[in-house]
Design a protein around this ligand. Structure first.
Ligand code: ATP
Ligand code: MG
Length: 433
């Protein structure tokens, strides 16, 4: 067999007039007036293959009649430009080999979301989900590129942990050789350990949160991109986040423009985010803005998805919110030296209603202050003895952040639910397939 040609190359016009072999799955099929129109799908792209009963041999015609939706096939034919075909090219079919004849495919269109989620292992073949996976691929590659190009070290923190990072309420507990352990909610504490040998570190790991309620933007398992660096304060780290997000957007606009357009995503907000500086407001100002808009919120309240959505209407690019009341933020955040009611934390919110995609902060680097914050939060200092050690042996000002990759993909691809930003979503009540 000749080298099979990717359909993407054909619709880019690189094989016009040539005889090629293509491998894929039958996406659609109809037979009219002695012609079989078979739409073959490969990596989210489709190619129309036309078999003419009068021209092809009997064996090929029988295969064309027999082949069912989602069968895997090898087709061979000549590429022709045809503005009526999807993608502008079609294949004049000469040969057709059925590799795996498909049984009656259980997804025909019009099914409910629950049904489709139960058939996720098959639904993932849909072009839409394929495009989203390609966008995620480019997001991850671009992020990795940013860190490599800027001298950060990639590390591999553990997933099995002995202590909570983000509060006990969302911890997944498991048996660990006769005692208790947890699935990691965040690699942050371990990344803090690793800045002493490596200064600037980052990792992509799964994070686990036993979120009790189902929302459009929470998963029980998500991919977490986290970074931590010595010698950086909160503002330094916000600049890193801004550069990283801009770099990712630039690359995705370059590499995945077609997928974004296919998804119906307007590119304007993404381009604007590359070009314009991300504004920063303080929590105080955010509360004022919300109160002026008639939202019921008091100083000291945490902002949920609804409040964040309201706030995003005031901005056309991603924007930072900083200086939160310490009681709504984690124990490890450094307190503002100018106002000890506040923590030097920041969130980055995506516009268009999306809300938080990054949470970060400067970390408390003073031993006594950190110990009293641990006690204040009702945590057991013994669980954190190793973490406290970092403040005892050569403490250093440092900062870091965590970015939810599915949250970023959700915004970039313009999805209305986070589950489509990951192939096999996990959330309360869903573990299969
Ligand atoms: P939220 O307030 O939206 O629950 P959080 O404040 O709990 O988020 P952090 O603990 O700061 O989030 O986690 C860092 C980042 O991880 C968040 O900015 C978000 O992008 C992502 N993230 C957090 N929880 C989830 C989740 N359950 N599913 C997907 N992504 C999440
Ligand atoms: Mg949360």
């Amino acid at each position: 067999m000749d080298r099979p040609v990717p359909i993407a190359e054909i619709i880019e016009g690189r094989h016009s007039g040539r005889t090629v072999t293509v491998r894929g799955w039958v996406h659609r099929k109809r037979i009219v007036g002695g012609k079989a129109f078979i739409l073959v799908r490969q990596e989210g792209e489709v190619l129309q293959c036309v078999y003419d009963k009068a021209e092809v041999g009997q064996r090929v015609w029988e295969e064309a009649e027999k082949v069912t939706l989602e069968s895997s096939v090898v087709v061979r034919g000549t590429v022709r430009e045809d503005p009526r075909a999807p993608g502008g090219y079609e294949l004049r079919g000469e040969d057709l080999e059925i590799v795996g004849l498909s049984a009656d495919f259980p997804i025909k269109g019009g099914e409910s979301i629950e049904y489709l989620l139960d058939h996720r292992h098959l639904w993932l073949r849909s072009r839409r989900l394929t495009w989203v996976m390609k966008v995620k691929h480019s997001v991850m590659q671009a992020a990795r590129r940013y860190f490599i190009d800027n001298g950060w070290w990639e590390v591999t923190p553990p997933i099995l942990t002995g202590s909570a990072v983000e509060g006990g309420a969302t911890l997944f507990e498991l048996k660990y050789f006769g005692s208790k352990a947890y699935l990691s909610q965040s690699a942050q504490l371990y990344l803090e350990v690793l800045i002493y040998p490596l200064e600037k570190v980052w990792a992509v790991t799964p994070s686990f949160r036993a979120e009790k309620s189902r929302t459009r933007r929470h998963l029980a398992e998500y991919w977490h991109l986290e970074a931590e660096a010595a010698w950086m304060d909160m503002w330094d780290m916000m600049r890193i986040v801004e550069e990283l997000v801009k770099h990712v957007l630039e690359r995705v606009l370059e590499e995945r423009r077609r997928e974004l357009e296919n998804l119906g995503r307007s590119l304007e907000p993404l381009k604007r985010a590359v070009e314009e500086r991300f504004p920063a407001i303080r929590y105080d100002e955010a509360i004022e803005i919300l109160q002026k808009k008639g939202v019921e919120i008091e100083w000291g309240d945490d902002m949920g998805a609804d409040e964040e959505r309201e706030l995003t209407k005031e901005f056309e690019t991603p924007f930072f919110v900083t200086h939160f009341p310490k009681q709504i933020k984690a124990f490890y955040m450094k307190l503002d030296p100018e106002d000890s009611r506040l923590a030097l934390g920041f969130d980055l919110l995506a516009p268009e209603g999306y809300g938080e995609i990054v949470g970060g902060s400067q970390r408390e680097d003073d031993y006594d202050t950190l110990l009293s914050r641990i006690l204040e939060e009702g945590l057991d200092p013994e669980d954190y003895d190793w973490y406290l050690d970092l403040r005892k042996y050569g403490t250093v000002p440092h900062s870091g952040f965590g970015l939810g990759l599915e949250r970023l993909v959700m915004w970039i691809a313009g999805l209305d639910h986070i589950r489509d930003a990951t192939p096999m979503p996990r959330y309360r009540g869903r573990i299969k397939p």
